[in-house]
Design a protein around this ligand. Structure first.
Ligand SMILES: Cc1cc2nc3c(=O)[nH]c(=O)nc-3n(C[C@H](O)[C@H](O)[C@H](O)COP(=O)(O)O)c2cc1C
Length: 140
């Protein structure tokens, strides 16, 4: 059984709803899933999982949340080469620039992205929930 971590940051719950759907999709596909809020995950945990879904909304000016999520993610980057990853997050008004930059960074790290990052405006609607479940399935 593959081990999947779902690691997210969320302020108003939109990315948290996406995280729950990713976890549901991975579980339904047979994976053993552990969900972490940002403060509970760290670089030493990366090797414990076959695949990781990272979720963070667009914050600042089209960047990852800078106080908690970005430092945690940066500390993990050295261990992401060859790791199966999925990215997801909610946004408010932009064009997804933060997600494109994040995908590029993961590719530079040598990570294996199982699909394009899943993004949705504000709260995930039914289509976004299905896309999150599909991401979880792809990681499982
Ligand atoms: C301080 C702050 C900065 C934000 N910056 C952006 C941004 O650059 N681009 C964007 O599309 N949305 C931006 N947003 C909107 C959030 O990404 C959006 O509200 C998202 O749904 C929040 O997700 P969450 O509920 O998981 O916290 C920003 C929101 C806040 C509070």
């Amino acid at each position: 059984m593959s081990k999947v971590a779902v690691v997210y940051w969320s302020s108003t719950g939109n990315t948290e709803s996406m995280a729950n759907a990713v976890a549901e999709g991975a579980k339904a596909a047979g994976a053993e899933v552990t969900t972490f809020e940002t403060s509970d995950f760290s670089t030493d945990k990366v090797d414990e999982f076959d695949a990781i879904a990272f979720g963070c909304p667009a914050m600042g000016d089209e960047v990852l949340e800078e106080d908690e999520f970005e430092p945690m993610f940066s500390s993990c980057e050295a261990k992401l080469s060859g790791k199966k990853l999925g990215l997801f997050g909610s946004y408010g008004w932009g064009d997804g620039e933060w997600m494109h930059n994040w995908e590029d960074k993961c590719k530079e790290d040598g990570a294996v992205l199982v699909s394009d990052g899943v993004i949705c405006q504000d709260e995930p609607d039914d289509d976004a929930v299905e896309s999150c479940k599909a991401l979880g399935k792809a990681l499982a």
